[in-house]
Design a protein around this ligand. Structure first.
Ligand SMILES: [Zn+2]
Length: 201
Protein backbone atom coordinates (compact mmCIF):
# COMPACT_ATOMS: atom_id res chain seq x y z
CA UNK A 1 0.00 0.00 0.00
CA UNK A 2 1.33 3.41 -0.94
CA UNK A 3 2.18 5.82 1.84
CA UNK A 4 3.98 9.16 2.08
CA UNK A 5 7.79 9.28 2.03
CA UNK A 6 9.16 8.72 5.57
CA UNK A 7 10.27 12.36 6.07
CA UNK A 8 6.81 13.63 5.15
CA UNK A 9 5.03 11.03 7.28
CA UNK A 10 7.23 11.96 10.27
CA UNK A 11 6.16 15.60 10.07
CA UNK A 12 2.49 14.61 9.68
CA UNK A 13 2.80 12.44 12.81
CA UNK A 14 4.30 15.29 14.86
CA UNK A 15 1.77 17.89 13.73
CA UNK A 16 -1.18 15.54 14.32
CA UNK A 17 -0.21 15.41 18.03
CA UNK A 18 -1.07 19.12 18.40
CA UNK A 19 -4.33 20.10 20.12
CA UNK A 20 -7.33 20.16 17.81
CA UNK A 21 -5.38 18.82 14.83
CA UNK A 22 -6.16 15.32 13.66
CA UNK A 23 -4.39 13.30 11.00
CA UNK A 24 -6.32 14.81 8.07
CA UNK A 25 -5.58 18.38 9.15
CA UNK A 26 -1.90 17.49 9.71
CA UNK A 27 -1.73 16.11 6.16
CA UNK A 28 -3.18 19.34 4.76
CA UNK A 29 -0.69 21.45 6.73
CA UNK A 30 2.28 19.37 5.58
CA UNK A 31 1.11 19.40 1.95
CA UNK A 32 0.80 23.20 2.22
CA UNK A 33 4.37 23.45 3.58
CA UNK A 34 5.62 21.23 0.74
CA UNK A 35 4.13 23.62 -1.82
CA UNK A 36 6.14 26.58 -0.40
CA UNK A 37 9.65 27.52 -1.48
CA UNK A 38 12.78 26.51 0.44
CA UNK A 39 13.14 29.98 2.07
CA UNK A 40 9.70 29.63 3.66
CA UNK A 41 10.64 26.21 5.05
CA UNK A 42 13.97 27.48 6.38
CA UNK A 43 12.28 30.47 8.06
CA UNK A 44 9.61 28.29 9.59
CA UNK A 45 12.10 25.80 10.99
CA UNK A 46 14.29 28.57 12.39
CA UNK A 47 11.26 30.22 14.07
CA UNK A 48 10.33 26.86 15.63
CA UNK A 49 13.95 26.33 16.67
CA UNK A 50 14.00 29.71 18.48
CA UNK A 51 11.07 28.60 20.65
CA UNK A 52 13.45 26.43 22.66
CA UNK A 53 14.95 29.62 24.13
CA UNK A 54 11.60 30.59 25.66
CA UNK A 55 11.51 30.17 29.45
CA UNK A 56 8.84 30.03 32.09
CA UNK A 57 8.72 33.07 34.41
CA UNK A 58 9.96 31.93 37.79
CA UNK A 59 7.48 34.17 39.61
CA UNK A 60 4.16 33.79 37.77
CA UNK A 61 4.84 30.85 35.35
CA UNK A 62 4.00 32.92 32.28
CA UNK A 63 5.98 32.23 29.10
CA UNK A 64 8.96 34.56 28.96
CA UNK A 65 12.24 35.30 27.20
CA UNK A 66 13.97 35.92 30.54
CA UNK A 67 13.81 34.61 34.11
CA UNK A 68 11.00 37.07 34.77
CA UNK A 69 8.28 37.85 32.23
CA UNK A 70 7.59 41.38 30.95
CA UNK A 71 4.60 41.74 33.29
CA UNK A 72 6.55 40.72 36.41
CA UNK A 73 9.33 43.16 35.42
CA UNK A 74 6.88 46.07 35.18
CA UNK A 75 7.11 48.00 38.45
CA UNK A 76 4.26 50.35 37.50
CA UNK A 77 1.79 47.50 38.11
CA UNK A 78 -0.18 47.12 41.34
CA UNK A 79 1.55 44.61 43.67
CA UNK A 80 -1.50 44.31 45.91
CA UNK A 81 -3.53 42.20 43.44
CA UNK A 82 -2.73 38.86 41.84
CA UNK A 83 -5.04 37.50 39.16
CA UNK A 84 -4.99 33.69 39.08
CA UNK A 85 -5.52 32.15 35.63
CA UNK A 86 -5.44 28.73 34.01
CA UNK A 87 -3.02 29.43 31.14
CA UNK A 88 -0.86 32.12 29.45
CA UNK A 89 -3.62 32.64 26.87
CA UNK A 90 -5.89 34.01 29.63
CA UNK A 91 -3.30 36.70 30.42
CA UNK A 92 -3.35 37.91 26.82
CA UNK A 93 -7.16 38.09 26.90
CA UNK A 94 -7.32 39.90 30.26
CA UNK A 95 -4.59 42.36 29.20
CA UNK A 96 -6.67 43.21 26.11
CA UNK A 97 -9.57 44.29 28.33
CA UNK A 98 -7.39 47.04 29.89
CA UNK A 99 -9.31 46.52 33.17
CA UNK A 100 -6.55 44.94 35.23
CA UNK A 101 -3.19 46.35 36.28
CA UNK A 102 -1.97 43.90 38.92
CA UNK A 103 0.17 40.80 38.49
CA UNK A 104 -0.75 37.27 37.42
CA UNK A 105 -0.22 33.69 38.54
CA UNK A 106 -0.66 30.80 36.11
CA UNK A 107 -1.97 27.50 37.48
CA UNK A 108 -1.16 25.43 34.37
CA UNK A 109 -4.57 23.78 34.29
CA UNK A 110 -7.59 23.15 36.50
CA UNK A 111 -8.21 20.28 38.91
CA UNK A 112 -9.67 17.38 36.93
CA UNK A 113 -9.21 14.00 38.66
CA UNK A 114 -10.69 12.15 35.65
CA UNK A 115 -7.76 13.40 33.56
CA UNK A 116 -5.29 12.87 36.39
CA UNK A 117 -4.86 16.60 37.02
CA UNK A 118 -4.59 16.85 40.81
CA UNK A 119 -3.93 19.92 43.00
CA UNK A 120 -0.27 18.99 43.33
CA UNK A 121 0.11 19.14 39.52
CA UNK A 122 -0.91 22.81 39.54
CA UNK A 123 1.00 25.85 40.81
CA UNK A 124 -1.23 26.25 43.88
CA UNK A 125 1.32 25.80 46.64
CA UNK A 126 3.63 28.17 44.72
CA UNK A 127 0.78 30.72 44.78
CA UNK A 128 0.35 30.44 48.56
CA UNK A 129 4.12 30.68 49.08
CA UNK A 130 4.31 33.68 46.78
CA UNK A 131 1.61 35.55 48.73
CA UNK A 132 3.51 34.83 51.95
CA UNK A 133 6.88 35.92 50.47
CA UNK A 134 5.75 39.05 48.67
CA UNK A 135 3.86 40.51 51.68
CA UNK A 136 2.18 43.15 49.43
CA UNK A 137 -0.79 41.07 48.25
CA UNK A 138 -4.21 42.12 49.51
CA UNK A 139 -6.49 40.55 46.91
CA UNK A 140 -6.50 37.39 44.82
CA UNK A 141 -8.79 37.42 41.81
CA UNK A 142 -9.69 33.96 40.56
CA UNK A 143 -10.16 34.45 36.81
CA UNK A 144 -11.02 30.83 36.18
CA UNK A 145 -13.94 29.38 34.31
CA UNK A 146 -17.32 28.76 35.94
CA UNK A 147 -17.21 25.03 35.19
CA UNK A 148 -17.06 21.98 37.47
CA UNK A 149 -13.22 21.96 37.19
CA UNK A 150 -13.09 25.74 37.74
CA UNK A 151 -15.34 25.53 40.83
CA UNK A 152 -13.33 22.63 42.31
CA UNK A 153 -10.08 24.51 41.73
CA UNK A 154 -11.48 27.74 43.22
CA UNK A 155 -12.60 25.93 46.40
CA UNK A 156 -9.22 24.25 46.75
CA UNK A 157 -7.32 27.55 46.33
CA UNK A 158 -9.56 29.34 48.83
CA UNK A 159 -8.94 26.72 51.50
CA UNK A 160 -5.18 26.59 50.74
CA UNK A 161 -4.89 30.38 51.20
CA UNK A 162 -7.23 30.64 54.20
CA UNK A 163 -5.29 27.88 55.95
CA UNK A 164 -2.20 30.15 56.01
CA UNK A 165 -3.67 33.67 55.93
CA UNK A 166 -6.97 35.13 57.01
CA UNK A 167 -6.51 38.70 55.77
CA UNK A 168 -6.41 38.09 52.01
CA UNK A 169 -9.52 39.08 50.07
CA UNK A 170 -10.41 36.43 47.50
CA UNK A 171 -12.69 37.33 44.61
CA UNK A 172 -13.85 35.50 41.52
CA UNK A 173 -14.71 37.08 38.18
CA UNK A 174 -18.43 37.46 37.64
CA UNK A 175 -20.54 34.96 35.77
CA UNK A 176 -21.05 37.59 33.06
CA UNK A 177 -19.62 34.94 30.81
CA UNK A 178 -22.32 32.42 29.94
CA UNK A 179 -22.10 29.51 32.40
CA UNK A 180 -19.73 26.84 31.21
CA UNK A 181 -18.17 29.12 28.59
CA UNK A 182 -14.47 29.65 28.39
CA UNK A 183 -12.45 32.76 29.30
CA UNK A 184 -10.27 31.93 26.30
CA UNK A 185 -13.13 32.67 23.90
CA UNK A 186 -14.77 35.59 25.69
CA UNK A 187 -14.75 38.95 23.96
CA UNK A 188 -12.81 41.71 25.73
CA UNK A 189 -15.87 43.78 26.74
CA UNK A 190 -17.61 40.81 28.41
CA UNK A 191 -14.39 39.70 30.09
CA UNK A 192 -13.55 43.27 31.21
CA UNK A 193 -17.03 43.59 32.73
CA UNK A 194 -16.65 40.20 34.48
CA UNK A 195 -13.41 41.47 36.08
CA UNK A 196 -15.02 44.73 37.25
CA UNK A 197 -18.02 42.85 38.66
CA UNK A 198 -15.92 40.28 40.51
CA UNK A 199 -17.44 39.01 43.74
CA UNK A 200 -15.82 38.21 47.05
CA UNK A 201 -15.97 34.51 47.90
ZN1 LIG B 1 5.90 36.63 35.40
Amino acid sequence: MYSYPVKVQRLINEISKMPGIGNKMAERIVLYILKQDKIFIENLSSIINDIKFINICERCFNISEDKLCEICKDDTRDPSIICVVESPLDIINIERTGKFSGFYHILNGLINPLNNILPQNLKIKELVQRIINEKTVKEIILAINHTVEGDTTALYIISAIKEKMSNIKITRIAKGLPTGSDIKYADEITLGQAILERKEI
